[in-house]
Design a protein around this ligand. Structure first.
Ligand SMILES: NC(=O)c1ccc[n+]([C@@H]2O[C@H](COP(=O)([O-])OP(=O)(O)OC[C@H]3O[C@@H](n4cnc5c(N)ncnc54)[C@H](OP(=O)(O)O)[C@@H]3O)[C@@H](O)[C@H]2O)c1
Length: 257
């Protein structure tokens, strides 16, 4: 299926590595030009070069933090100089490490950090990018949240609370911009393989083993399986899907809807 996004301009945040980088590849493979945004210039520029070379699209690296409003303004200006973003995929950095039980989450600094990295960062970027989409009368916003926003997982309170906040924010936004041709959805992953990560894992060996057993599929999901869903929500065909959260969790969340 041709997703109808050839030549569209897609911003993917937190895209110097991990899911963000893979999502940028998936959109570029569909012919979208991409703008990448993260803090580490060297990694980001290498990713942009790799995407441009592999997919033959324009890939632009903008170095900065989603938490810094001056950086986000610079990002918005770059997008504007390219005609404004058509697609925004909001990936955020990880919540504070190490993971703890809810009763052990007593440090205000960790709550503040989680609020900033998981919720405020996403709102900052939306504020910078959405006016151009509304003006064009076409846009796709996809926020990456977490299955824990629907079915809280042990040791994930910092993520759950603010990703539930992202979900609520996106729902309100979806209602406000639906008549302007802009769709706003969330993708809620769980158990997606992140063996690409080279730093210290957030999970102990026992926690990682426990995670694998959480889904009826009995396995982790691949990055390709995850990115395909994100790309679909960014597509022309997904134009009547808005205000939704799509789970990509191998069936882990046990509810009917
Ligand atoms: N795997 C799953 O099943 C699952 C489930 C639920 C949620 N998630 C969430 O999915 C997200 C991505 O996971 P991942 O494994 O791909 O993470 P990752 O490999 O650690 O990559 C995180 C990316 O975020 C960037 N970043 C961090 N802080 C940033 C900031 N302030 N501004 C801009 N960019 C920033 C990092 O680049 P720089 O350091 O260069 O800035 C990096 O490119 C995380 O939030 C994770 O919690 C994953």
């Amino acid at each position: 299926m041709d997703l109808g996004i050839r030549g569209k301009l897609a911003l993917v945040t937190a895209s110097s590595g991990g899911m963000g980088r893979n999502i940028a590849h998936a959109l570029a493979a569909e012919g979208a030009n991409v703008v990448l945004f993260a803090r580490t210039a060297e990694k980001l520029e290498a990713t942009a070069a790799e995407i441009a070379q592999r997919h033959g699209v324009q890939a632009t690296a903008v170095t900065g933090s989603m938490l810094d409003t001056a950086d986000v303004e610079r990002l918005a200006a770059q997008l504007q100089s390219q005609g404004g973003a058509d697609i925004l995929v909001l990936v955020t950095g990880r919540p504070p490490n190490p993971l703890r039980e809810t009763l052990e989450e007593t440090e205000e600094a960790r709550w503040n950090e989680a609020y900033q990295t998981q919720l405020l960062s996403a709102i900052n970027v939306v504020n910078g990018v959405i006016p151009a989409m509304v003006e064009k009368g076409w846009g796709r916003i996809v926020a990456i949240t977490s299955a824990s926003a629907k079915q809280p997982m042990a040791t994930h309170a910092l993520s759950t609370v603010f990703r539930a906040g992202v979900t609520a924010y996106m729902k309100g936004l979806a209602n406000e911009v639906a008549a302007k041709g802009v769709t706003v959805n969330c993708v809620a992953p769980a158990l997606i393989d992140t063996s690409h990560r080279t730093g210290a894992s957030a999970y102990t060996v026992e926690q990682a083993e426990h995670r694998r057993k959480l889904s009826p599929s009995g396995r982790m999901g691949t990055q390709e399986e995850f990115c395909g869903v994100v790309a679909f929500l960014a597509s022309r065909q997904a134009g009547f899907v808005t205000g939704s959260t799509v789970a990509v969790d191998g069936g882990m969340v046990a509810s009917l809807f």
